[in-house]
Structure formats: C-alpha cells, structure tokens
Design a protein around this ligand. Structure first.
Ligand code: GLA
Length: 697
C-alpha cells in the first residue's frame, strides 16, 4: 500500500526566494582546495541553488575508527552558504572505508552462489549487518550533531541509492533477518509451510532455523520463498533507511529527510511505493535508457515518481547532462536534449532538477560520466546549456509547489505483480512486466492523451479509465477493489497473465484469469504462450506476440473487440470487453500488441469511455502534455517529442518558457518545451473535457 510522504520540503532561511531547485552531487574531496572557490563561482554563474554533499565521503570524514576530520567539510559548507547555495547533506554511509571492511569483513555481502562481494567499488555492505549498522549510525550521529545548526543545511540525504548494488544479500546475517521477517509475516511455521506450498518437493520446515534465503539451488527454488525474499530484501533496505532517519529526526527534527530512489528502467528490487511514507519528500534519480522508447521511458519514470509522491512535488536528485559511463556505448545528448529531459521531469512534478555530478571527475570509475562542468571546462557547449537551463528554471519559479492535475486515465503499476510475474518456471520467461506497462504508456503518448501512473495505493475512483497491464498478483482485496471500481462506472482494461495468483503466489483455481474471471466475463483453461518469432494475427489488423489465450466468453455482456484471425484458433476472442450494469466496463487483451498495436485499440477503448486528447489534433503524438496546478493557476507543460518544430494554436494567459507569437500560436523548437499558464477552468483541455462524451465502440 502506498503511504504518501510527509510533505516537508527543504529547510531554508526566511526570505529565501521560492524557486525550483537546481544543482548536482558535489564531490569536492576529489579536488584540491583551490578548486572549491572556482566551483562555487561557476555554480553561481550556472544558477545552482542546491548541491548534495559528502555522499561518498566516509573515508575522508572518518579516516580511522577513532579519527574524525570535519575541517574540510566545514569549509565547504561555509563556502556554499556564503554563496547562497543550500546543501542536501548526505549521511555518507554509502561506501564503507577500507579500515572498516578490513576489520569487519563480516559486513560484506554474499551472492546467491556464496561468493563474497569484496570492497573496491562501493555499497559493499549487508543491509542486515548489525556491525555495519552500528558503524553507519555512529557516522550519521557525528555528522548530524556537527551540522545540525549549519544554515546551509536544507535536507538530509540518507546513504545513496539504497539497494543499487546490494539489494540481494544471501549471507548468514540475511538468513537470520529473513527468519525474523518471516516470523512476523506468518506467525507460525504451519502458516509459512502453507504459504510456501512446501508439501511440494518435500520442503516442509519443522524449525525456523532450517529456513534459508533462496541460495543457489539444484533447480527452480521455491517461488514463494523467492517472492518473500524479494519483499524482505526491499524491507531490509527500508529498515536501514528508517534507522538512519531516526537518528536524524532525533538530532534535527526540523530538517527534512530524503533518500534518492531509482525509479527507472533498470531497477526492480525496491518497492518505492511502500517506501514513500518513510521520507519527508520523494527524491529520484533517472538515467535515460537508449532505444526507441527512451523518451517515453523517461516520462513514464517521472510520472511513476509523481504517483509514489502522491501527486506532490518531488526532487530530481540525479540525471545526466550528457553521456553516462555504465552503458555498453555511452552516447552524448544532442543539443536541446538535456533541457528537454530536465523539464520533462518538472512537467511531472519535480521541483528540483539536479545532476550527477557538478564537476566531471579526472580519476576514478566515473571520469567519462558527464557533469555540469565537463572536462572541457566552462568554455563548452555543456556548460553553456547548463547555464541556460538555470535561467529557464528561474523563469519557472511560479510553478514551484504546484501539484499534478490528475488525468482522466491511469496505468496501474504494482511491484508485487512485477516481482511475481517475472519469477522463473512460468509459461514463458520472455514476459517483461515494466515493458508491457511502458507499451501502454507509449500508446497514450501516441494518442496525446494524458495518463497518470498509479500504484495500488492510489485512489482509483476518480479515474474514468484504469489500465492494469499484467496485473498478475491479485489478492482478494484487490479483486474486490477493481470490481467495485467497475461497478461504480469505471472502465478497467487488463491483459494476459493477470489475476492469476494470490499474495502467496498460489494460482486462483477454477480457470484463468482467476481473481478477475467474473469481472471480465471469461474463462481460460490453458495458457498459450508464443515462441520467439511466432505471432498471432488479429482480425482488427494487429499482430500479437509473446502470449495468446483460448478464451471462452462466459457472460452475455461481453463484446468481442477483436478475434484471432488465423490457424486452428481462428475465430476465438482475442480482445474482449464486458459491459457492467453501472455503465463501467472490464476489457481484456490476451496478447502482447506493442505500442503500434495498442494505440488504435486504446483509441477505441478511450473513446468508449469518453476520454479524449486535450491537445490540438496536429500535436497529438508529437507533443506530450502534462498539467500542474496550484489551485489558482494551471500550468501546461508542452514537450516537443520530435526533432522538428511544432506550432500549436494555443492562447495562453502567460508564457513562462518557450516561444509565443502573441497571436494565439506557440512554437516549440525541435526537442523544445513551452510552459504556459492559464487561470483555472480556462485551459483548453477544460473546454474539450466539457464537450466530450462517450462514443460507441
Ligand atoms: C548513480 C549514483 C551516482 C553515480 C551515477 C552515475 O545514480 O548515485 O553516484 O554513480 O549513478 O550515473
């Protein structure tokens, strides 16, 4: 269940202007002191308002167990403060120093194969190690005590990207903590044996001490054990976050606490929806995944971060000015991409835009990672673009604090289904939960229709349409909520492999899609996944891959929207929609259509629900619209998704960014962004909304 953050923002001295934050991770310990003054001067030139400091400074702050060296950090804090730059101060616990791992090698993580993860990089610590916890909290206490009253201190940054490299640890510490977690979850061994279906393959446990993490096994480890270990691993990191936070709250109750999440394509292990209630504001790191959906994925991640933050402003803690260093080929961003990427995060609720990192490192593993100040120095395209973005963010000060104006459609994203749907020993190992959700999102973008990402904690009743792709794990309570949503007039769309298992990963019996069978009005006896290279033709012209089902319709209220068109299954339903008595509906898509196949189908489904694009027709697909509001003003963010200019016939009350000709037209440069302001109820979308009604399928 999502718990929303407590909604405290940065602590700043009275009189500090209300504006969007701008800055980076700042690692002054990598540079001689002479450089620090130049850093601060150039930060001011670029419009930097905040930096994250001391993230990897443990070895410099505590060079030996009984030696502390804060002098250099005092100096940097003062320099920044004198320049009016706020500090998001790290607790510095992300990378234990060599003296600690040499003395206590028992804090090092262990892989499923029993290998030790040695020091030499970073994040080489067990989330469940009591020894690590003791040393880490001592450091947190020392830093918090020293800087509690420092006027530059605006927020605490717990650790760094918790779980980035150490989410799964199979050590003895992990085994002990896993058992404690399981006892709390199940209460008795009987309940655990039942939940884990241990009668299968003679796995019945007679003593808690017999239970292990799912270490390397002869073949498929118990799936519920795996699912619980994934849940536990996320919770173990959350426990670490809480432990650091408690020290910080005790010593500095008025300083908000955050930690940088990683809501992006490459991260799966942390249930951030479940973590959000444990921070004062949500922060996120995002790096672009190259490929045909790279921009869609950026928008998807930002949108999901907004959902996790309960629609309230959040902090973009890291992204890149240009290339990263950790992809197989690290491509530089093209002109305009950096600003567009940054502003797309703001469009989805970010109130601060920060980068990794301020000054590009000369040595170390990240020396080829871009930064605000590149190797080339300030006389560079990157630094000029960085400075221009700083000015744009200043112009956008009025949007600070505004919240997301909900869309009429939502995509439900659920970590439990993500984890469960991609377990091994399934009908196919090709299924990718996040990709399916992203494909639906791409279809919304192609149609120019706004859709909010939602989590299972989001109140869904306000949405006309909810798409829940591959909602695989459906406990009874979730099935009841979705049924109530449809009974209340909502339009639910779901897909293959949904409603299949309960919270223990046990199949719902009686035919698929199990928990959603009656809601959808259909029954499936056997899955029919498709091998690589095999696809199914549908009679609406689309082609499906990955999956197909042999569907029997069980309700007279089901309309078949598309049928299989070829082979032995020709004529069987492939896409269905049950009309519910209260005017709602429940649709089912039995195969993977990809963005191209989903777009026309989604168009039909949205039209039937009366949901239309708020954008002028020529802009649909080419421009992404997001809307933020502070109650008295509505801000439209218009993001050009193409490499060509787009002209929009829109008359804003005020243009905060972008080009308006003053005669009712806004021109978006290639990859450009405009932000326009309207009085409430006067945005063009509001008029469209009033005029739109449901269209027949
Ligand atoms: C993560 C880390 C940073 C840096 C960047 C590089 O986001 O938090 O320290 O390693 O990746 O992309």
């Amino acid at each position: 269940m999502t718990a929303t953050p407590t909604a405290r923002w940065l602590r700043r001295p009275a009189g500090t202007p209300v504006q969007l934050g701008y800055g980076a991770d700042y690692n002054p310990e990598q540079w001689p002191r002479e450089v620090w003054k130049e850093d601060v001067r150039l930060m001011q030139e670029a419009g930097v308002t905040i930096v994250s400091l001391a993230i990897f400074s443990w070895a410099r702050l505590q060079p030996a167990e009984d030696r502390w060296e804060f002098g250099w950090l005092d100096e940097v804090m003062d320099l920044l403060h004198d320049a009016g730059i706020a500090v998001d101060l790290a607790t510095a616990t992300a990378s234990p120093p060599p003296w600690l791992t040499a003395r206590h090698p028992e804090i090092l993580p262990v892989t499923a194969r029993g290998e030790t993860v040695w020091p030499g990089a970073r994040q080489h610590w067990r989330p469940t190690s009591p020894v690590f916890r003791t040393y880490a909290l001592r450091l947190v206490e020392a830093i918090a005590t020293r800087y509690a009253e420092h006027p530059a201190l605006a927020a605490w940054h717990v650790n760094n990207e918790l779980g980035c490299h150490n989410v799964y640890d199979y050590s003895e510490d992990a085994a002990r903590a896993f058992r404690v977690w399981l006892r709390a979850r199940y209460g008795s061994l009987e309940a655990l044996n039942q939940a884990w279906a241990t009668s299968f393959w003679s796995q019945v446990y007679g003593d808690w001490a017999e239970i292990l993490p799912p270490r390397l096994a002869a073949t498929h480890p118990n799936p519920t054990q795996q699912l619980d270990f994934t849940r536990f691993s996320s919770d173990a990191l959350l426990d670490h976050l809480r432990a650091e936070r408690e020290v910080l709250r005790r010593l500095t109750p008025d300083v908000p606490v955050t930690t940088n999440f990683m809501v992006m394509g490459t991260t799966k292990g942390m249930d951030y929806a479940g973590w959000a209630g444990d921070v004062d504001f949500v922060s996120n790191d995002h790096y672009v995944t190259p490929g045909p959906q790279s921009l869609d994925e950026l928008s998807f991640s930002a949108n999901l971060t907004s959902a996790i933050a309960g629609g309230r402003p959040w902090f973009l803690m890291e992204h890149s000015t240009s290339a990263v260093n950790w992809q197989p080929v690290n491509q530089a961003k093209r002109p305009g991409e950096m600003a567009r990427d940054s502003l797309l995060h703001v469009a989805h609720g970010a109130d601060a835009v920060c980068f990794f990192q301020w000054r590009q490192s000369a040595g170390g593993a990240e020396k080829y990672h871009s930064a605000m100040l590149p190797h080339a120095g300030p006389d560079s395209e990157v630094f000029r673009a960085v400075t221009a973005l700083g000015a744009t963010l200043r112009d956008l000060a009025p949007v600070t604090g505004s919240v997301r104006q909900p869309a009429r459609a939502a995509i439900l994203f659920d970590w439990q289904s993500w984890w469960a749907a991609e377990l091994d020993s399934h009908p196919t190992d090709r299924l990718r939960y996040r990709q399916e959700a992203l494909d639906w999102y791409s279809a919304f973008l192609a149609l120019g229709v706004r859709a909010d990402l939602a989590t299972t904690g989001t109140e869904l009743s306000g949405y006309d349409v909810v798409v829940a792709p591959v909602l695989h794990l459906v406990p009874q309570a979730l099935a009841d909520r979705l049924t109530a949503y449809v009974d209340g007039g909502g339009h639910l769309v779901t897909t293959y492999f949904s409603g299949i298992v309960d919270e223990n990963d046990h199949a719902w019996l009686g035919g698929y899609p199990g928990a959603l069978r009656d809601l959808l009005g259909l029954r499936i006896e056997e899955f029919a996944p498709l091998p690589d290279g095999v696809s199914v033709q549908l009679d609406d012209g689309s082609r499906g891959t990955l999956w197909s089902d042999r569907i029997t319709v069980t309700s007279p209220d089901v309309d078949v929207l598309a049928r299989l068109a070829e082979g032995e299954s020709a004529g069987l339903p492939a896409v269905t929609r049950r009309r519910a008595p209260g005017g709602g509906s429940a649709a089912y898509v039995s195969t993977r259509l990809g963005p191209d196949g989903l777009t026309p189908l989604l168009d039909r489904l949205l039209a039937a629900a009366g949901v239309a694009s708020e954008l002028p027709p020529a802009a649909r697909g080419r421009v992404e619209l997001t809307v933020r509001t502070d109650g008295s003003r509505v801000f439209w963010f218009l993001v050009n998704r193409t490499d060509a200019p787009v002209v929009l016939p829109l008359s804003p009350a005020r243009v905060l960014a972008g080009l308006s000709d003053g005669e009712g037209r806004i021109t978006l440069a290639p990859r450009g962004v405009a932000v326009v302001q309207y009085p409430p109820d006067e945005a063009p979308g509001d008029r469209e909304r009033a005029a739109a009604g449901p269209r027949p399928l």
